[in-house]
Design a binder for this molecule. Structure first.
Ligand code: PEP
Ligand code: MG
Length: 577
């Protein structure tokens, strides 16, 4: 029967596929005892589910090639071994036969028991093996829960899978996208989280904070995800599918219209030239950005390089990535941001301080880099070596005080000296900039501008810190409003101060690429925008409809606005939208 679930739109696009549920701990299982006549059929169901899970693993193994096979193969083998574990299987049979558990309830009880055994271990490696148990049991649960009708199954096998999960870490997301996941539906989270940003970069439709999906969806259900509306329809009707086909046609048409803006300069309606830079998460983003016409790479977030692998990437490995980035940019400036781990970014390398009570206000960004000097120096050396191949700008995240940037500058100079002594040709000049994303850095931006060559405004974090509303927590999603007058005034002040100091100020938070904020940003004097490549043409289009003169004349009234509603009303009066 058709059902719809709503969440918050986190990455646009639609996708049709079959549900793949993750997070078995949240499964609602039937705990009523089995009647006598269902015991043996239930054991048989369990065995079929194990067989199907083994077949899934074997299939996965067959699909892996090259480096990925080496990296992931070990995990698959460990999981496959667990699926053969006679103690596990015998234990489950016993629970069904003697305890009258249903198979799903037995699996959940075993999972909870085993995970708590692993959790109580002192050795962090062994402790992390608990996750393997979790994954393996999730696979069997999934196989068990596949209840789609044969008609749906036929359609679903052709259209890939939709991940339905409680939450997803950025590192996992990249991996999933390369394994055929078509869309993500998360029970928690927010559109400003790093996972959502990455989903947009990967063109994965995503909705977050979707109530009830984990409890009510079943593996194999056919689902239609609408990332722009923040909706998922389970068991869609013929009419829904027609809507989907209509969307496919429309998005092709809109794509063709916007494609004409590729390579065209970005100008407002009254002819003021603006600059669009790209936020690149992956090398392909750089190629795509160049083909659309950009002034450079405004933000390359290096943490994804650290999250995509176990352990830390060494100097040579990082150097190769940064150098290739510079090559791909073909002479355009590339802004490489130093590591910004902490807060919501899961930490594969174990760098982040363990169990900070308040990670968003803790040791993240440059705070972490200045404590982990070895890791930081490795990164700075790799960036400096890559700077021989084209213009690189170094950007430092989470700066609170100008002193931090001065410290980084000294470190860079030391690294450059050492590299030159070792025979590397390092350019004499480098540009160093600070992210303005901590309120103190914004309020005291004049001091920061004295020691920076440029600044980049991180509106994602600046908004969360100004409004004391966690960007990852949808419970405070209503408060998280980039159009709040406090945010607008702060942004306008920072932009004006940078102009006074004669330094470039590029805004690289999500609103830079959001057409809903184009007029607001023009009104407060922004000229440099950095956004994901996918957003470039739409934003160029939106900016071309703005009259800078009319919007600038709003300035004082906009800055005096009492709330977001008044801001939006003032802007609407000018844009006529
Ligand atoms: C920001 O905070 O606006 C930003 C661009 O950085 P990130 O989203 O990676 O924190
Ligand atoms: Mg930030």
């Amino acid at each position: 029967m058709r059902r719809t679930f709503s969440g918050n739109a986190a990455a646009p696009g639609m996708a049709l596929g079959r549900v793949r549920l993750e997070q078995p701990a949240r499964f609602s299982v039937d705990h009523t005892p089995l009647p006598d006549n269902e015991i043996e059929p239930e054991v048989a169901r369990l065995e079929r589910a194990f067989a199907a899970a083994r077949e899934d693993m074997a299939e996965l193994r067959r699909k892996l090639h090259g480096a990925l096979a080496r990296e992931v193969g070990e995990f698959i083998d460990a999981h496959a071994q667990l699926l053969e574990d006679p103690e596990l299987i015998e234990g489950l049979r016993g629970m069904i036969r003697k305890g009258r558990f249903r198979a799903a309830a037995a699996l959940k009880a075993q999972r909870d028991r085993l995970v708590s055994v692993f959790d109580s271990m002192d050795d962090p490696y062994l402790r992390s093996r608990g996750e393997d148990v979790d994954h393996v049991i999730a696979r069997v649960q999934s196989a068990l829960a596949r209840q789609a009708s044969s008609e749906e199954k036929k359609l679903a096998t052709r259209v890939g899978e939709i991940l339905v999960t409680d939450s997803v870490a950025p590192g996992e997301l990249a991996h999933m996208a390369s394994h055929g996941i078509l869309a993500v539906v998360a029970g928690s989270g927010s559109p400003y989280s790093h996972s959502a940003i990455l989903a947009r970069s990967l063109h994965l439709p995503m909705l977050v904070n979707a109530d009830g999906v984990l409890e009510d969806l079943r593996d194999g259900d056919l689902a239609l995800v609408d990332g722009a509306r923040g909706e998922v329809i389970v068991h869609p009707t013929a009419q829904d599918l027609a809507g989907y086909r209509h969307w496919q046609r429309e998005s092709t048409r809109e794509g063709q219209r916007l494609a004409q803006l590729a390579g065209v300069p970005t100008r407002t309606r009254d002819g003021v030239q603006l600059r669009i830079f790209a936020n690149a998460e992956r090398p392909e983003d750089v190629e795509r950005a160049r083909s659309l016409g950009v002034a450079g790479i405004g933000l390359y977030r290096t943490e994804f390089l650290f999250l995509a692998r176990p352990g830390l990437p060494g100097e040579d490995e990082q150097f190769t990535v940064y150098r290739d980035l510079v090559f791909a940019a073909g002479g355009l400036p590339v802004t490489i941001r130093t590591l910004d781990l902490g807060a919501d970014k899961a930490d594969a390398a174990g760098l982040v301080m363990a169990a900070e009570p308040n990670p968003a206000l803790g040791v993240r960004g440059v705070r972490l880099s200045l404590r982990q000097i070895d890791v930081f120096v490795t990164q700075l050396r790799a960036i400096l070596r890559a700077s021989c191949y084209g213009p690189i700008r170094i950007l430092v995240p989470m700066v609170t005080d100008a002193v931090e940037l001065v410290e980084v500058r000294h470190l860079i100079m030391e690294c450059a000296r050492d590299l030159r002594t070792a025979g590397h040709e390092i350019p004499d000049q480098f540009e160093l900039g600070a992210m303005v994303e901590v309120p103190a850095a914004a309020i005291n931006v004049r001091a920061l501008l004295e020691v920076s060559d440029f600044i980049a405004i991180g509106s994602n974090d600046l908004t969360q810190y100004l409004l004391a509303a966690d960007r990852n927590n949808d419970q405070v999603g209503k408060l998280y409003q980039p159009s709040n007058p406090a945010v607008i005034r702060t942004l306008a002040y920072v932009i004006a101060q940078a102009r006074r100091a004669g330094k470039a100020a590029c805004l690289c938070g999500e609103i830079a690429g959001d057409p809903n904020f184009a007029a607001m940003l023009v009104a407060i004097g922004l000229e440099d925008f950095s956004m994901l490549p996918d957003r470039i043409l739409g934003q160029r289009d939106a900016l071309s409809r703005c009259s800078r003169k009319a919007l600038r004349s709003l300035g004082p009234r906009l800055l005096r606005a009492r709330d977001s509603a008044e801001v939006e009303r003032l802007l609407r009066n000018v844009t006529g939208d």
